[in-house]
Design a protein around this ligand. Structure first.
Ligand code: SF4
Ligand code: SF4
Length: 342
């Protein structure tokens, strides 16, 4: 029940349009889930199989790109799936449209399974506007030596075409396989690549690792809680957050939400079907409305004019923290613009 008060405060604050918000130092960021389709089937995927399907038609892509093009200033548009490169229209239509019709910088989250000639094409198309390639290594499907070889080849492409870009390798700390991460970390670091471990998320929070794996995770991460170094899916409930104002997500149909967790509690995300026993979910109709920012396809998308206090008990993605969207306490290291790349 402690959940309800922050929700009410956040709704009330978002309605008070003229109240002065804390000064923003955020990098405005949108996460566009371009397509649901994925060519992998990871056991720990937080997206349900049912939701890992589909891709947008040309009219939907054009409507979303057109809407993104009207955002004020330069935003970081981080594109993900499913797996974006598994959708042919991504490289053939989405990326060229983003480059021609918007002023924004581009980031991508990928399982890095695309052939190197496709990644090279992406590197060429995005040029100086490519910001971050966030490549997930999935040991059940991908081979580490092949992943490393491709990452080194892709680095050469980026050095030529994308001088303002960075590269990070995400690896989920899968229960029962945490010990393998010493090898992953060392191999990536030896190749000059950045290793970024992620605690495994399950419905309701983070997986309850046993004591021996908790100890290994502490050793692997050096005990860090810095969102630049490890994704611990923290709880920022009660912190001021600019989600809805300087940050939002948009799905493959063009529907926009203030953040990933907001989409979960809006009742539309199958992968995170709300827990019917959770008092915080039941009867929160106002809150569900507040999670939605409208649609780029219908043309009723609208940003909030200010942020509010985070009402949620989990922030599953490091993007809001690492872009300054969440106002973290002073002792938390907030990365500079040059530093953030998770
Ligand atoms: S590659 Fe990513 S989206 Fe695809 S199944 Fe694995 S975790 Fe899910
Ligand atoms: S802190 Fe995270 S979960 Fe909370 S409102 Fe902001 S983006 Fe959403």
């Amino acid at each position: 029940m402690s959940f309800l008060l922050p929700i009410a405060k956040w709704i009330a604050k978002s309605d008070r349009q003229h109240e002065t918000a804390p000064r923003s130092k955020a990098q405005p960021t949108v996460e566009w889930q371009v397509n649901g389709l994925c060519n992998y089937d990871c056991t720990y995927c937080i997206q349900s199989r049912k939701s890992r399907v589909g891709y947008p038609d040309t009219a939907t892509i054009d409507a979303i790109v057109g809407g993104l093009g009207t955002l004020p200033g330069v935003w970081e548009v981080k594109m993900s799936g499913g797996e974006v490169f598994a959708f042919k229209g991504f490289i053939d239509h989405v990326v060229p449209q983003m480059m021609h019709r918007t002023q924004h910088v581009i980031s991508v989250l990928t399982n890095f399974s695309a052939p190197i000639h496709v990644l090279r094409r992406f590197s060429e198309l995005t040029g100086s506007r490519l910001r971050i390639t966030s490549a997930s290594f999935h040991p059940d499907t991908a081979k580490l030596d092949e992943f490393l070889a491709k990452a080194i080849e892709y680095r050469e492409c980026r050095e030529s075409n994308n001088p303002n870009s960075s590269f990070v390798v995400n690896v989920v700390l899968v229960p029962g396989s945490v010990s393998h991460h010493f090898r992953y970390r060392d191999a990536l670091n030896d190749a000059g690549l950045r290793y970024f471990p992620q605690l495994m998320k399950i419905r309701g929070g983070v997986y309850p690792y046993d004591d021996s794996e908790i100890a290994m995770i502490a050793e692997i991460t050096g005990g860090s809680c810095n969102p630049r170094e490890v994704n611990r899916a923290p709880n920022y409930q009660g912190f001021f957050c600019e989600a809805g104002m300087s940050y939002f997500i948009v799905d493959q149909k063009g529907e926009a939400y203030t953040c990933r967790t907001a989409k979960k509690y809006s009742g539309v995300d199958d992968a995170f079907a709300p827990d019917e026993d959770d008092d915080a979910v039941n009867g929160q109709d106002d809150f569900k409305v507040k999670a939605r920012l409208g649609s780029f396809v219908r043309g009723d998308f609208q940003l909030f004019r200010e942020g509010g206090l985070c009402p949620y008990s989990i922030c599953p993605c490091t993007v809001p923290a690492n872009r300054g969207i969440v106002h973290l306490p002073p002792h938390t290291k907030i990365p500079t613009e040059e530093e953030f790349d998770a």
